[in-house]
Every structure is written in structure tokens, then in C-alpha cells.
Design a binder for this molecule. Sequence first.
Ligand SMILES: [Zn+2]
Length: 376
Amino acid sequence: MGFVAQPVSEALAGACFAPDYASARARFLAAAARAGARLDVFVNDAAVAPDGGSLTTDVAVLGPDRADRALLLVSGTHGPEGFVGSAAQVALLDAIATGAPVPPVRVVLVHAINPYGFAHITRTTENNVDLNRNFIDWSAGAPGNPAYVELHAALCPSVWTPEALAAADAARIDWIGRNGQDAFVDMTSRGQYTHADGLNYGGIGPEWSNRTLEAIVRRHLSSAGRIALIDWHTALGERGQPFFLCFNEPGGPGWERAGDWWGREQVETRGGFGGAARPKYTGLLFHGVQRYAAQADVTGAVIEFGTVDMDDARRALQADRWLRFGDAAAADPRRAALREQVREAFSPQSLDWQRSVLGHAIGIQHATLAGLAAWR
Ligand SMILES: [Zn+2]
């Protein structure tokens, strides 16, 4: 078993990949209308787009009302990573509109679950919250991450000069020398709940995007007993290639099922963290779907597409964070170039890259639908 990447023409990639959030939204809504999907629109009143436009999470729903099996595809959890997921969703809607056979399952496409991040080309929400660390059980309190406290200053330079960046790198390398690469990757990736201006900040309560996902799941997936979830992301793995982070228990039935759908070697792959062990993530969107659809078995993954190497991705995250909290004035000429660097690190505009990732995404979505139909 496994998926087969589909060939993607320049025209198809151009039609599916939008240049910005507003265009992505317009293409998604048009494709949903062509496919005859029902729409559910959630407006984020707490913020606006850079051009003053509104921010919405748009949901397209297809298939039988009381289907036991459902496919849930999410885009834009990390803002600038949303272009790929959006393109994959548009491609699926257009395949359905042009008569592609779909098994009798419910299909729920969540476009731009973090619309602020998508519109502003920034990883986090309007409150600098990493949405994929926000789905903890808040009644149990936030988990600690004491090691993050030691490195916050080195990870988050407030001045963007070669000297400041070199000093930050030296502090990081020194810390890794004393504590190891596994500890570093875990500490910087798992999530932290103490530094509101820091990286991988999980927040102080459920974000608007979190509450919106809860409403979507309760409204559209309450009859589902079996849910296949793909949360589309970028920046881990080989450039242009998919990298799977399955969050079902390793060796358990969900893990086995994911291996059947996508290929065992894909699901069990290591690497993608510079050779370090996988971080002990907290508050993943996957956990949120499990909690909000407690009646269902959820099989799913974050599926990433590689973009740039880890050093460039880390620098882009630092730039993203500095653009929000650093010492630059609004008119600082470095701003536009750094924002472009963030965009390229998380959604390259190379047509070759877009054709490759869209071809893989279409193949993966197809294999997931087939696996869902065969799930007994
Ligand atoms: Zn991501």
C-alpha cells in the first residue's frame, strides 16, 4: 500500500497555488461552489488582514450528513505554511467538481484555521500563539519547559545585526555542546507556555482558532466514528518531498492503519530533525480533534513538505519573531526582505517545488480517501 504522487502541470499548480491569503480564500470558495459543497464561515473579529480585510476560517463540507467515516483536511495551522494545504484542498474540490469518484464518506475541508498567520505570513496567531501547541487540556494547566527559559534570549534576538545573530548562534551551539542535540530540538519544538514573546508559545488558554476548530468538529463530525485527519504543514524533511508525523500511538492500530494508507516506511521514518529524536510535542491540533470528536477513532498526521534546510528555517523563525517583537521601526527597510525570507522558507514560490508538493498531496489525499473507504 501507499500513495502515488500524481503528475501536476504548470497550469494546475498555477491554478491551485495562490499568491496571498485573500486570493487563496477566493479560490477555495470558488472551488467549493463548483464542487457543490456546503459552506460554513467563521470570522475572526479580533484582528484584520494587512490590507484591512477580514480574516475568516472557511469550511467546505461534502458527502452524506450522517456518514460514519470522515476525511478532515486542515490548512494554515502555521500561517505561511497554508499555501500548500490550500492548494491541495482546491485540487480536491476541483477533482470532485469534474467527476472524480469519491467514496460515501463525509469530507470536511478547513481552510486557514489560523487566518491571521496566513494573511500576515507569520507562523503564529494574533496573540503570537503557535496554534499547534495550543490544544492542551487547559483544565490540567500548562506543562513546564524549564530548559526553554535558559535559551529564550539566544533564540529570540531583539536586535537584527550580524553581531547579534552570531552571538545568539554561539550561545545556542554552546548549549547544545553541554546538553545534546536531542535535548535542544525537544526544548525548542515541544512548546512553551511562559514566554508570550517567544518561539513555540502555546498561549494562556484556547485561541480563537482552537475554539473555531472545536465548533467545526462538533458541528460537522459529531456523527463520525472514524476520522482521517491530515494537517498540512511545511519545512520538515527533504525539499519538495513529504514527511509524515503520525501522532497515533506507535505500534497501535491507528499507527498500523496510517502505515497501510501512506506506506509503512513513510510513517516510521526518522530524520527531519537533523538526526535528533522526535520532540515530545504538547498541544497538537491532532490532540484537539481527538478531544472534540471523543466518540471517534482518529487516524492522522501532520504531513510536511521540505523547503529549506534546518538552519535557514530556524533563521526564518527568528526573523518572523523579530519582525513582531524586535527593535525595527515600522518603516525599517529590512522588514520587506525578511518577510519575503519567511515566505520562501515556508512556501517557496518556485514552480518546480509547487508542482512536486501538489502532486504528492493529491496522491496522499487520494490514498487517504481509499483507506477511509476500506476502514473496517
Ligand atoms: Zn508547521
